[in-house]
Design a protein around this ligand. Structure first.
Ligand code: UDP
Ligand code: MG
Length: 204
C-alpha cells in the first residue's frame, strides 16, 4: 500500500494537490476537514461541536477525528492506499494513525510536506475566504490562530516522521502543476517496496 501524509499549514494547497495525487496514483483521499464540514452541513450533533471549534480556528478533539479516520479506513478495504489530508494534526493523532494501520499490517510510506511561508499562507486564506464561504477563512484573527495552532501542535509531528526517515519537504510556492510535479517526483522516488505489487502502475 502507498499511504501518504500530505502535510502543510492551513492554505498550503493540500486539498488541491491531494485531488491530483489521488487520481494519479489511484489512492483514496481522506480529508478530516472535509469530513467535519460535512458533519456541520448535516446539522449533526458532532457537526455542532465541530462548528464552534472550527470557527475559532482551534482543533477538534483527537478522539473525534481519530474515530472518523478509523471509520473511513474501515469503509475502504479495497483501497490501494490513502492520502491523509489535514490529518494527523497532533502527536497523539500520528500515533493513533500508526496503530490503525498496523492493524491492517501496513504503514505510512511517507510524509510529503508543502513548504509555504506564513505570509503566503495568510494571503491565500484571506483570498480563499472571498469565495469559500468558510467561516474560518473570513477573519484575520481566526487565520492567525489557525497558523499559531499549526506551529504549536501540528508542526512538531514533522520530527516524528523525520525520525523514521519518512519526511519529504517540497517547495509549495509555484503553479499548481509545478507543485504537483514536485510531489509526484518525491512519491516516485520512494523505495519501491512501498509500492508492493503494483509498482508498474507508477512508472510515468
Ligand atoms: N480541523 C480539525 N481537525 C482535523 C481537520 C480539521 O480540528 O483533523 C478543523 C480545524 O479547526 C481546521 C479546520 O477544521 O482549522 C479546517 O481544516 P482543513 O484541513 O480543511 O483546513 P486547511 O488547513 O486545509 O485550510
Ligand atoms: Mg484543506
Amino acid at each position: 500500500m502507498l499511504n501518504i501524509v500530505l502535510f502543510g499549514g492551513p492554505g498550503a494547497g493540500k486539498g488541491t494537490q491531494a485531488l491530483l495525487l489521488t487520481e494519479k496514483f489511484g489512492l483514496m483521499h481522506l480529508s478530516t476537514g472535509d469530513m467535519l464540514r460535512k458533519e456541520i452541513a448535516s446539522g449533526s450533533e458532532l457537526g455542532k461541536i465541530a462548528g464552534e471549534i472550527i470557527s475559532n480556528g482551534e482543533l477538534a478533539p483527537d478522539e473525534l477525528v481519530i474515530d472518523m479516520i478509523r471509520e473511513h479506513i474501515g469503509q475502504h478495504p479495497e483501497a490501494k492506499g490513502f492520502i491523509f489530508d489535514g490529518f494527523p494534526r497532533t502527536q497523539a493523532q500520528a500515533l493513533a494513525l500508526d496503530k490503525l494501520l498496523e492493524e491492517k499490517d501496513v504503514q505510512i510510506t511517507a510524509m510529503v510536506a508543502l513548504d509555504v511561508s506564513v505570509d503566503e499562507l495568510t494571503t491565500r486564506l484571506l483570498k480563499r475566504g472571498e469565495v469559500s464561504g468558510r467561516a474560518d477563512d473570513q477573519s484575520i484573527d481566526v487565520i492567525h490562530n489557525r497558523i499559531e495552532v499549526y506551529h504549536q501542535k501540528t508542526e512538531p509531528i514533522i520530527d516524528y516522521y523525520r525520525a523514521q526517515e519518512k519526511y519529504h519537504p517540497v517547495d509549495g510556492l509555484g503553479s499548481i502543476e509545478e507543485i504537483f510535479n514536485r510531489l509526484k517526483q518525491v512519491i516516485l522516488t520512494l523505495k519501491p517496496h512501498a509500492f508492493q505489487h503494483s509498482v508498474q502502475n507508477y512508472i510515468i
